[in-house]
Write a protein that binds this ligand. Structure first.
Ligand code: FCB
Length: 468
C-alpha cells in the first residue's frame, strides 16, 4: 500500500512562492522619476477599467514593501516572484537607468534576502513605458531592441543578488488582449498589429536572453507563458478545427517559436487574410529559440470551443483569437471563481505533462495560479476563504500528479500575495492570500495564508484536507 504522506509530499528543494506585478501593487506612480506606462494611460480611458480604477495608489507597496516582505516571510516561502517596472527603471523607455528606481528594487531585494527569501524577477509584466507606445509600441520592431537594452541594463546592476530572471509575463496577453481585443492596455483593436506585437515580444525576449547570458552565464533565464488547454466542444470536425486554430494562436505560437525555432506550421494559413508575417526577418527565429533555463507556466482555466459561423463570436473573449474571432468559447457546468473562470485543476496537470512531453525536457515552474472569490470579512475580522483553500489544494494536487507523471516541475507561485489592481477588473476582484482594505491599506492574512504557510512548512499537503 502506498504511503499517503509520502505521495502528498513535494520533491525536496521544491520552490514555494507567491507572485505579484509592479503596476498591480506598487502605486507611487509619479514618485522617484517614474513616468507613465500604458496602464496609467489606459486606466484613464473612460470605460476601460471597472469603476474607473487606476493603479495610482494600488497597495502602496512602494512605501509599504517592508511590511509586505514581513507578511511574505510569515508564509514560509522560499522565493518571491515580482516584476520590475520598466517606467521606473527607464522612465522614457530609453537612456540611462533611473537611480531612484534602481534604489527601490535594491532595497526590496535586500529586504527579501534579509528574510531568507530569494527574489525571482519578471522584467516585463505589461507596464510598457508610454513613450514607447507613442513610438508605435510592440508592433514596432524597435520596441524589441529597447526591451533588450532595458533588460541588459537592469541585469547588469542586479544579477549579483537575483538569480532568476523572467523576461516576459504572458506575451499572449500583451499582444492579443492589448492590440487585438483591446481589453488590456494599450487598448488597440488591430489584429495585424497584434501578430507583429507577438513577434516583437518574442524577439525582445530572445535578444534579452542573449544580452543577459553574455553578462553572467550563471543567471537562470526564462519566460512565463499563460497556457490554456483547448478542446473541441464536440467531435464534429469543424469544432476540432476551431480548437486547433485557437491552440495555435494562443499556445503553440509561443511554445513552438521558443522550443522548435519556428511558428506552428498551421498558423500562417489561419491568419493569411490578416498578415503575411512580413515583420519576421532572417535570423529572428534563432534569436527567439535561444536556450532557456526554465519555463514559467501560468494556468487559470481550460478552454472548450465550437466552430463559428464566420460572423464575429458573441463572446468578446474571442476577439483575441486573431484569425478565428468567430470561434465561440463554450461553458461547462463546472463551478467558477469570481472571475467566471471554471475551476478545473485537471487542466493544470494536463498542461504540465503536455509541455513536458511535447517541448521538454525543461525545468517548469508554475509561476502563477490562484483564484478570486468574493471574500467575506466576518464580524471578528477574519476572512474564512475556504473556497480559495480548496482551489489551491486541488491545484497543488494536480501539480503533484504531473510530477508523478514525470514532468520536471520544480516550483509553484500562488497568484497572489495581496489583493490588488486586477487590470480591467480594477479592485473588484480579490486574488490575494492577504486581504487589503483599500481605504486604510490595512493588510489582513486570510485563512488561506495560514493554510499555505502549513503547506510550505510541510513541503506537502495534509490528508485529508481539513476544510470543505
Ligand atoms: C494573469 C496575470 C496576473 C493576474 C492574473 C489573475 O493573467 O499575469 O497579473 O492578473 O492573471
Amino acid at each position: 500500500m502506498m504511503n499517503r504522506e509520502h505521495t502528498l509530499g513535494f520533491p525536496d528543494g521544491f520552490v514555494w512562492g507567491t507572485a505579484t506585478a509592479s503596476y498591480q501593487i506598487e502605486g507611487a506612480v509619479t514618485v522617484g522619476g517614474r513616468q507613465p506606462s500604458i496602464w496609467d494611460t489606459f486606466s484613464r480611458r473612460p470605460g476601460a477599467v471597472h469603476n474607473g480604477d487606476t493603479g495610482d495608489i494600488a497597495d502602496d507597496h512602494y512605501h509599504r514593501y517592508r511590511e509586505d516582505v514581513g507578511l511574505l516571510a510569515d508564509l514560509g516561502v522560499t522565493h518571491y516572484r515580482f516584476s520590475l517596472a520598466w517606467p521606473r527603471l527607464q522612465p522614457d523607455g530609453k537612456g540611462a537607468i533611473n537611480a531612484d528606481g534602481l534604489d527601490f528594487y535594491t532595497r526590496l531585494v535586500d529586504e527579501l534576502l534579509a528574510h531568507g527569501i530569494q527574489p525571482w524577477v519578471t522584467l516585463y509584466h505589461w507596464d510598457l513605458p508610454q513613450a514607447l507606445e507613442d513610438a508605435g509600441g510592440w508592433p514596432v520592431r524597435d520596441t524589441a531592441e529597447r526591451f533588450a537594452e532595458y533588460a541588459a541594463m537592469t541585469h547588469e546592476k542586479l544579477h549579483d543578488t537575483i538569480a532568476h530572471w523572467t523576461t516576459l509575463n504572458e506575451p499572449w496577453c500583451s499582444a492579443f488582449l492589448g492590440y487585438a481585443a483591446g481589453a488590456h492596455a494599450p487598448g488597440r483593436t488591430e489584429p495585424a498589429a497584434a501578430l507583429a506585437a507577438a513577434h516583437h515580444l518574442m524577439l525582445g525576449h530572445g535578444l534579452a536572453v542573449a544580452a543577459m547570458r553574455a553578462q553572467d552565464s550563471s543567471s537562470q533565464l526564462g519566460i512565463t507563458l499563460n497556457l490554456t488547454p483547448v478542446s473541441p466542444a464536440t467531435e464534429d470536425p469543424a469544432d476540432v478545427d476551431a480548437a486547433r486554430r485557437v491552440d495555435a494562436v494562443s499556445n503553440r505560437l509561443f511554445l513552438d517559436s521558443l522550443f522548435r525555432g519556428h511558428y506552428p506550421d498551421d498558423l500562417p494559413a489561419d491568419v493569411a487574410a490578416i498578415s503575411d508575417f512580413g515583420f519576421a526577418q532572417d535570423g529572428d527565429a534563432a534569436v527567439i529559440a535561444a536556450p532557456i533555463d526554465f519555463l514559467g507556466v501560468n494556468y487559470y482555466f481550460r478552454e472548450f470551443v465550437r466552430a463559428g459561423t464566420g460572423a464575429p463570436a458573441a463572446d468578446p473573449h474571442a476577439r483575441a483569437w486573431v484569425g478565428s474571432t468567430d470561434v465561440e468559447p463554450v461553458r461547462t457546468d463546472l463551478p467558477t471563481t469570481a472571475m467566471g473562470w471554471e475551476i478545473d485543476p485537471s487542466g493544470l496537470s494536463d498542461v504540465l505533462t503536455w509541455v513536458h512531453r511535447d517541448y521538454g525536457p525543461v525545468p517548469i515552474y508554475v509561476t502563477e495560479n490562484g483564484a478570486a472569490f468574493d471574500d467575506v470579512r466576518d464580524e471578528d475580522g477574519a476572512i474564512r476563504d475556504n473556497d480559495r483553500i480548496s482551489f489551491l489544494d486541488s491545484h497543488f494536487r494536480a501539480t503533484l500528479q504531473a510530477v508523478e507523471d514525470g514532468a520536471d516541475v520544480r516550483g509553484y507561485f500562488v497568484w497572489t500575495l495581496l489583493d490588488n489592481f486586477e487590470w480591467a477588473y480594477g479592485y473588484d476582484k480579490r486574488f490575494g492570500l492577504i486581504h487589503v482594505d483599500y481605504a486604510t491599506q490595512a493588510r489582513t492574512p486570510k485563512d488561506s495564508a495560514r493554510w499555505f504557510a502549513e503547506v510550505t512548512r510541510r513541503n506537502g499537503l495534509a490528508e485529508p484536507l481539513e476544510v470543505r
